[in-house]
Structure formats: C-alpha cells, structure tokens
Design a protein around this ligand. Structure first.
Ligand code: TRP
Length: 449
C-alpha cells in the first residue's frame, strides 16, 4: 500500500502493532508498581483521566504527522515545515525522538533480558539443575549480557523482516498470546486467599491524594511512556497506516487498549501481592507503603510462586513469559524508529540497518551493564523524564503552530470525510496548540524542582 516502504496490511495490523508497542513492561510492571506506591485507585483514576485528556491528543498529533509525511520522523516533520528555520527545528525534534528511542531500547533490553532469564528458571529447576536455576535469577554481568544479547537479537530478527512480515505478523501472533496469559493468570489468582483484599486496595480510591503533584507527575509520565510518545515511534507507525483509515477512532482504540491492559495488569499484580501476604511473604516496606519495582517483580512474586508448590512453577513460567512477550512487541517499535530513518535517509538496506543499529544499541547496553549503578538510572532519567516530554511537547507545537490548518484538516479527512462536523475537530486543534504543550511543560518544569 505505501509503495516500496511497506505498510500495515490492515486496520487490525496497525492496532495490534501500536497496541503491542504501547503495552509493555510499562503496563505490566510500571503501572501496578506506580499504583502500589501512589495510593492505589487514586492513581488509577488520575491515570485514566490524563491518558485520555493529554496523552491521547499528543498521540494523535504524532500518528497524524507520520501519516501525512509518509516517512520517518525527520522527513515527515520537514514536509510540513516552510522555512529553513522550521526545517532545522524539524530535524532536531525528529532526530531527538530517534535518539530517545535508541536510549530507551538500551535499558529496556536489559530489563527484558531479566524477564527471559526468569521465564527459563522454573524449567531449570524442574529438570533438577539448581545451580543453573540459581545463576539465571542472580544478578551478574554475564547473565545480563547473555540475555540482553538474546533479546536484542530477537528484536533485530523481527525488524529486519520489515513492516508487514515482521512488525505486523509478530504483533498479531504475540498480542493474543499475551492477553490470554494475562486473563488466565488473573483468573487463577482470584481464586486464592487474600485476592479480595488486594482487589479492595486496588479499586477503592483515596480521593484525598488525587491532586498530589507527585501522583500527577507519575501518572502523566506513565501515560507518556506507555503510549510511546516523544520518541518518533508513533510517527513512523502512523506513516504505515493506509489513507483510508479513520485516524480519530484508530487512535482512540489504541489508547483504550493500552489503558485497559494496564488496568488488567493491575488486577493481576495487586491482588497477587495480597495473596503473597496471606502466604507469609512481606509486601510492605518499613514506611508502610507497598513494596514496588524490582523488589515486587523479582522478590515478592517469585516467593509467591514458590509458596504455590508445583503449580507455582507453571504460573511463574506463564507470568515471566507474559512479561517477555510484552517487552518484545514494544522493543520492536523502538528499533523501528532509528532503522526507518537510516533506511529512508541514507538508502541503507533494511536488513543491514537493523543489524548494525541493533548491535550498536546492544553495545550501549553493555556499557550500561558494566557501569550499572551509575548509568542505568541515568539513562532512564534522561530518556524518559527529559527526552520524551520535551519531544512530545514539540510535536504538539509542530502540529498546532507550524502545520497549516487546512492541510491538517485535509489529512484528517482522509478516511473520515465528516471529521469537520464532529466533536474531535472542535476540541482537538486548540488542545494540541495550547493545552497539551502548556500542561506537558508545566508538569515537566515541576519535575525539575
Ligand atoms: N510503551 C512501552 C511500555 O509500556 C514502552 C515503549 C515501547 C516505548 N515503545 C516505546 C517507550 C517507544 C518509549 C518509546 O513498556
């Protein structure tokens, strides 16, 4: 459909790929973790509001830039620029997003590697190799190296096959698999003692916390990370969408799927923590908050699996496989950002570009692993706390202030003739022009103080 660049063959293809990018460790690890440390349902509530009011309009801006430009982020942004200054600005924004995607992949690949190692561990135990099992779940440079290499290798394999044969095909295979695993695990955990207490903690909001700045900040950051904003990734996915598609509903569907899966993941993780507590596992930190992040995923949940006896091994495999699959459909989008740029701007063949860029990013991961205590947190902060909000904000500025209104409307009309009459066209343009940049800017400035 989009000539030799390739493109998604169907609406479902795009939805699966974009939802695959959106749903990742951010939803299944980050969201429940943030919920746990930000007062349960109050966080969920604000997350839903921010996802639809701020992240969705910004998401629309990015996929529209891509579909209009029919190219990688830099070229697409340059197509709507009229002056030399705007073209330079376009380069900075587009390229900034691409660098951001590469940086995110460099730490994401390490975490995803841990998930793969944890998937195999119960198998090693089942066949009686306790030493191997132990090695798989202990933090070491060699273990990290092996599994990050494996994970980045898989990512390169899929991306080198292209949009339809790689991204679309694998997203369509992996997403249903992931969803099935998630639902089965929720079903099982709900039958266990302690689950209802967890549900209560998850679904009963403490409204007094709803406007806490730190809660808002985490919720917005989480929504941006989850929708993969500010990294050129959604621009490039947008560019593979057919001109026949209605972008307004397509964007809303992806946002809805993303938010729903984050919500579902919370239904699994928070009750699972309370089940663990009923089994005698400690789930609260000294200050009374729920344990979160790596302690939650690599200590609390594994203790729960162990306490379940032999069925626990299968549940552990299912859980970590779920994490690994979700990570893979996300990482392919991160690699596609830089790869599409090099393929289109420098005429490099896709296979070559995927391999070299993938290996380059892997070396960055090795650097992080070798200096873990200093670099790991730093790269996460630079890319997700600074890079993503800034680039996402600038994309909104582009759409709101630089893209000519008429041309924008024409683009929206492709696939949705009557868009002018609907509520979207009444609200969204002013939203992207003023509300989104201002709100993102404010939250960003607050995060610096
Ligand atoms: N959204 C993914 C998650 O929740 C992460 C992700 C995938 C991402 N692709 C991205 C983040 C591109 C930033 C940029 O885990």
């Amino acid at each position: 459909m989009a000539g030799s660049r390739g493109g998604f063959s169907s609406r479902l293809g795009f939805i699966m790929a974009a939802a695959g990018s959106a749903v990742g460790l951010g939803n299944i690890w980050g969201f429940p973790t943030q919920t746990a440390s930000n007062g349960g349902a109050a966080f969920v509530f604000m997350y839903l509001i921010l996802a639809f009011c701020l992240a969705y309009p910004a998401f629309m801006a990015e996929i529209l830039i891509g579909r209009f430009g029919q190219a990688n982020a830099v070229t697409s942004l340059q197509k709507m620029s009229r002056t030399v200054f705007q073209k330079r600005f376009a380069f900075v924004v587009g390229f900034g997003g691409i660098i951001c995607a590469a940086l995110i992949l460099s730490f994401y690949g390490i975490v995803a590697g841990w998930m793969m190692a944890h998937t195999i561990e119960p198998i090693a135990k089942l066949v009686g190799s306790d030493a191997t099992a132990n090695w798989l779940v202990s933090f070491s440079f060699v273990r990290n190296l092996v599994f990050t290499a494996l994970f980045v290798g898989l990512t390169i394999f899929i991306i080198s096959r292209g949009v339809e044969e790689g991204i679309e095909k694998w997203s369509k295979r992996l997403m249903p698999m992931m969803l099935t695993l998630l639902v089965l695990l929720i079903g099982y955990v709900m039958t266990l003692e302690g689950a209802s207490e967890g549900l209560n903690a998850y679904l009963n909001p403490d409204f007094s916390r709803v406007l806490e700045p730190s809660l808002l900040l985490s919720a917005l950051g989480q929504a941006f990370f989850s929708l993969s904003l500010g990294t050129s990734v959604m621009v490039i996915y947008g560019s593979y969408i057919s001109k026949k598609e209605n972008m307004v509903t397509l964007g809303a569907q992806v946002t809805l799927i993303d938010v729903s899966i984050a919500f579902l993941a919370g239904l699994l993780i928070i009750p699972a923590m309370y089940v663990a507590q009923a089994q005698g596992v400690q789930i609260f930190a000294a200050d009374g908050s729920l344990l979160s992040e790596d302690t939650l995923v690599f200590t609390v949940l594994p203790s729960l699996f162990t306490s379940m006896g032999s069925v626990g091994a299968f549940i552990a495999i299912g859980f970590f496989a779920l994490m690994s699959i979700a990570a893979l459909t996300s990482s392919i989008s991160m690699l596609e950002g830089p790869v599409s740029y090099v393929v289109e701007r420098h005429n490099v063949e896709r296979k070559k570009a995927s391999t070299y860029i993938g290996i380059g990013i892997f070396f960055l991961s090795v650097l992080i692993m070798a200096n873990f205590s200093t670099l790991f947190g730093l790269v996460i902060t630079i890319s997700t706390k600074y890079g993503q909000p800034i680039v996402a904000m600038l994309c909104c500025v582009f759409v709101g202030w630089i893209w000519q209104r008429n041309s924008l409307l024409q683009e929206l009309k492709e696939g949705h003739q009557l868009v002018e009459e609907g509520i979207f066209w009444k609200i969204w343009p002013i939203y992207t022009k003023v509300v989104c940049p201002a709100a993102i800017g404010m939250v960003f400035l607050h995060s610096l103080s």
